[in-house]
Design a protein around this ligand. Structure first.
Ligand code: NAI
Length: 271
């Protein structure tokens, strides 16, 4: 059931690859709340064709854009304001990829060309989105920009490799651009630090299934699902959160504030 939270709002939603994607769920919820938006993903991801189903369901145009290409991003923003008939109110950055993680490279054996790609795709692209938006003056006053991140930006998780560095940079960009965009246009910028979630990006991380179970047992409310995340992101796009900016917001069932849970303690109890 929708509450009309995004009635009359326009936006861009990136990163919907298949029905497990967090962005996929955000698109469905945003539609339910009355928003109109465009969808975007890397041209190579389009080949899977899944996104066409979502576009049809949401009555949204798909605008292919490689998040590392400034030219693609410029087209994404100009075309979006054109087809949606005005400036934007929200943008979702739901993009992450590390060739080092994907190919199982440990943190002490990184390929530096791939490291640059991880940073470019997963962090610098967020800056590019906002710089292009600012230059095109594509976002309305009190607009909201959200990127998805993970707690490995603050605390070390052995399996997260160079993605941890990319996420730390992403969160820093949210603060720096949040200040700038706030002063300029009252636009807010936040990151949502999400629980481990069973998606293509999540599953690409070695040991993910074990870790998912661990986090589930640690968090007093259990892991937050992609659907839960979509609910939260919709509130951040809505007018109910107009003074929240430059924050990294944990959406993890309480995991980040739990030292150890009774369930995990029980599991490691000596015989
Ligand atoms: P996903 O695999 O469904 O989404 C990742 C998206 O990034 C895909 O749609 C992919 O096509 C897109 N992408 C990759 N390279 C790109 C490029 N060069 N240009 C444009 N798009 C590109 O997985 P998920 O989990 O929905 O990921 C979304 C975001 O959530 C990512 O930033 C991820 O790091 C973050 N996140 C995921 C968690 C998880 O456990 N799944 C936990 C915390 C954060």
């Amino acid at each position: 059931m929708g509450y009309g939270l995004l009635k009359g709002k326009r936006g861009i939603i990136s990163g919907a690859l298949d029905e497990n994607s967090i962005a996929w769920k955000v698109a469905q919820r945003a539609k339910e709340e009355g928003a109109i938006f465009t969808l975007t993903n890397a041209p190579i991801a389009m080949r899977m064709g899944e996104i066409n189903k979502l576009a049809e369901e949401c009555n949204a145009e798909i605008i292919p854009a490689d998040a590392t290409s400034l030219e693609d991003i410029e087209k994404l923003f100009s075309r979006s304001t054109e087809v949606l008939g005005g400036k934007l109110d929200f943008v979702l950055h739901s993009i992450g990829m590390s060739p080092n993680v994907r190919k199982g490279k440990e943190y002490g054996d990184l390929n530096y060309d791939w490291y640059k790609q991880s940073i470019d795709i997963s962090a610098m692209s967020f800056h590019k989105f906002m710089q292009v938006a600012e230059k095109q003056d594509a976002i309305n006053e009190w607009g909201s920009i959200v990127a998805l991140t993970y707690m490995a930006a603050q605390r070390t998780f052995s399996f997260y490799s160079d993605m941890a560095d990319a996420k730390a940079m992403l969160e820093s960009i949210a603060r720096s651009y949040g200040y700038r965009y706030g002063k300029l246009k009252n636009v807010r910028v936040n990151t949502v630090s999400q629980s481990p979630t069973k998606t293509r990006a999540g599953g690409g991380i070695g040991g993910f299934d074990h870790f998912y179970e661990f986090a589930e047992k640690m968090a007093p409310l259990g892991n937050a699902s992609a659907d839960d995340c979509a609910d939260y992101v919709v509130t951040l796009f809505s007018d109910l959160t107009r003074k929240v900016t430059m924050q990294n917001l944990f959406h993890d069932g309480g995991f980040s504030m739990t030292g150890i849970s009774a369930e995990v303690l029980e599991m490691i109890k000596p015989e």
